[in-house]
Ligand binder design. Structure first.
Ligand code: SAM
Length: 296
């Protein structure tokens, strides 16, 4: 039974649409990750500061970060140059905290990125910090890391990183929640999606939303309601309509350990910054229903 469930879960998260068009888009996307200098598309922003993270993420992120102590850990998925974690480890963050009572030792900060975007500023700063205060892992997608390699974190962030770029959204969520400590929070965001109340339209005329999810019968599922269908998490979704394109900010708090993420298969993937994606919820099988039953 267990073996069958494992096989189903893996298949339900990972089967891409057949055909070379999908593979072509995936390789175009890989080209964007590796682009350098003038070849890097303007929309592929890799140097957002910690201050800019506080604008892109739910306001609860500031509090979560300020509450971290020296035994805690923060993971930034899809960190680009890793400027946000660098700011956190340096006096930039101390200046941001001015006026608050938190000035103690900081948490350990770990950045991951597919491609190595570290700058000379990164290397100079990291060399002056205590070992493991600041780390940068490169060369793999989130889904390729094990718990032994990364460990667990009280705070995980993703600002237009893997959550916006992956073609395996449900597997990505399953991994991210596995790396989250109990009561820890994952803060992330998506651009141009059908919001929780369903009232908005795609930002660009005649285009679809940037990330979409459909049921097996083709009816739409909002990203927020899909996230809320994950067991053992508390989710808040907040639309920032004034951004262009609008963004929806998510805080996903892990409240128990039996996390079950409803599977999604990619239906459409078009390379971009971020890529255009459409997923379909995989139908529930008797095996998945019994898993969900025990998890809730
Ligand atoms: C547009 S950059 C964003 C960088 C940074 N968060 C910022 O706001 O400046 C996208 C980053 O996500 C990373 N990325 C994309 N897919 C990923 C995945 N599945 N796992 C880990 N990192 C990923 C890329 O390698 C890159 O570092």
């Amino acid at each position: 039974m267990f073996v069958l469930q494992t096989l189903w879960v893996t298949a339900s998260h990972s089967e891409p649409p057949a055909g070379s068009a999908f593979n072509e888009e995936v390789s175009k996307q890989a080209g964007i990750y590796q682009s350098r200098g003038e070849d890097r598309p303007e929309g592929y922003v890799i140097d957002r500061s910690l201050l800019s993270y506080t604008v892109f993420l739910s306001s609860a992120f500031n509090r979560s970060l300020a509450n971290l102590g020296p035994n805690d850990r923060w993971l930034d998925i899809g960190a680009g140059e890793g400027r946000a974690v660098l700011d956190y480890c340096t006096s930039k963050y101390d200046a941001m905290l001015q006026g608050s009572e938190r000035h103690g030792k900081k948490a350990k900060a770990i950045a991951i990125s597919i491609e190595d975007r570290r700058t000379s500023h990164w290397h100079q700063t990291a060399s002056k910090l205590e070992s493991q205060q600041l780390q940068y892992f490169v060369g793999k997608r989130l889904r390729e890391y094990s718990l032994e390699e990364l460990g667990q974190f009280q705070v995980i962030t993703d600002v237009l990183g893997g959550f916006s770029y992956t073609q395996y959204l449900s597997l990505f969520m399953e991994k991210a929640l596995g790396f989250l400590e109990l009561n820890g929070s994952f803060y992330t965001v998506l651009q141009d999606v059908h919001s929780e109340n369903g009232a908005n339209r795609p930002f660009y005329p005649d285009a679809s939303f940037l990330t979409e999810i459909a049921n097996a019968d083709g009816s739409e599922v909002t990203i927020c309601s899909w996230l809320k269908s994950i067991s053992c998490v508390e989710v808040t979704c907040e639309l920032k309509g004034e951004s262009s394109p609008p963004i929806e900010m998510y805080r996903i708090r892990k409240v128990c350990n039996n996390v079950t993420v409803p599977g999604l298969v990619p239906l459409r993937f078009e390379a971009g910054t971020p890529p255009q994606r459409r997923f379909q919820v995989t139908p529930r099988t008797p095996a998945s229903l019994s898993r969900t039953g025990t998890a809730r």
